[in-house]
Design a protein around this ligand. Structure first.
Ligand SMILES: [Zn+2]
Ligand SMILES: [Zn+2]
Length: 238
């Protein structure tokens, strides 16, 4: 796979100081991988071997379906289906690799995904660069501390990565910073959701919604690490 596909300057992700910068990183990686795989890379033999073997999860099938041309998706599917047929139904030839009736499950039961796999690997690599920056550059540490928040899954990811890769003395203040940013946003969202609920009390009929109108979407985004786009009719749907 081409190296530059997943090169993202960390500072650029942190500059907006809005939302979770790791969510932004994952979105960018996902978008680039989906475009890459439905673009010229689709015809590269080594990439095709991988997509034939791994396939895609439901989310990423939907994504490549959105960004790719119908012909490119069909070509990816054509050779992937062939491989699925060989692996899942060739019971006589390779009983250990068959999909049906195998005991113990393993990866095949949960499915595999070309984008998920590359996404994770590149995300972990970028997180490693991030930890390095935080350790060495005071300016980046300041920028890091100015983030609006880290969503729950990415706060956990950062804390896990720091524990695994940084010396204890450095990991402690890093984790404390991640915790502070994640917890304070959780408390904000929590009180906005409560405010939202209260607005449905008849006594608050003419009250001020404050920041609570998109509290549901922000809470879901915080909990899942996925931007959640509000439905067009938003809060009307009581
Ligand atoms: Zn996030
Ligand atoms: Zn996937």
């Amino acid at each position: 796979m081409r190296e530059d596909i997943c090169t993202i300057p960390i500072n650029e992700l942190f500059e907006p100081k809005k939302g979770c910068p790791i969510c932004r990183m994952v979105d960018m990686l996902e978008g680039r991988l989906a475009e890459y795989i439905t673009g010229a890379a689709m015809m590269e033999p080594d990439v095709r071997i991988e997509t034939n073997r791994l396939g895609f999860c439901e989310r990423h099938f939907a994504q490549i379906h959105d960004v790719g041309s119908r012909l490119s998706i069909a070509l990816i599917l054509e050779s992937h289906l062939k491989e699925v047929e060989e692996r899942a139904f060739a019971e006589e030839a390779a009983p250990k690799r068959k999909l049906f009736g195998s005991h113990g499950g393993g990866e095949e039961e949960h499915g595999t995904c070309f984008i998920c796999e590359n996404l994770e690997r590149n995300r972990d690599h970028l997180v490693e660069i991030l930890l390095n920056l935080w350790t060495k550059e005071e300016e980046f540490r300041r920028l890091f501390g100015e983030q609006e928040y880290f969503c729950l899954p990415h706060a956990k990811l950062l804390i896990r990565a720091a524990a695994a890769r940084l010396p204890k003395k450095t990991a402690a203040p890093f984790c404390e910073e991640v915790r502070r940013l994640s917890l304070s946003y959780l408390q904000t969202v929590e009180s906005d959701v409560t405010h939202f609920c209260r607005m449905f009390d008849y006594r608050n009929k003419d009250g001020d919604w404050g920041n609570s109108k998109d509290a549901i979407e922000r809470a879901i985004a915080y909990l899942t690490g996925r931007l959640y786009t509000p439905a067009a009719n938003g809060e009307e749907k009581a």
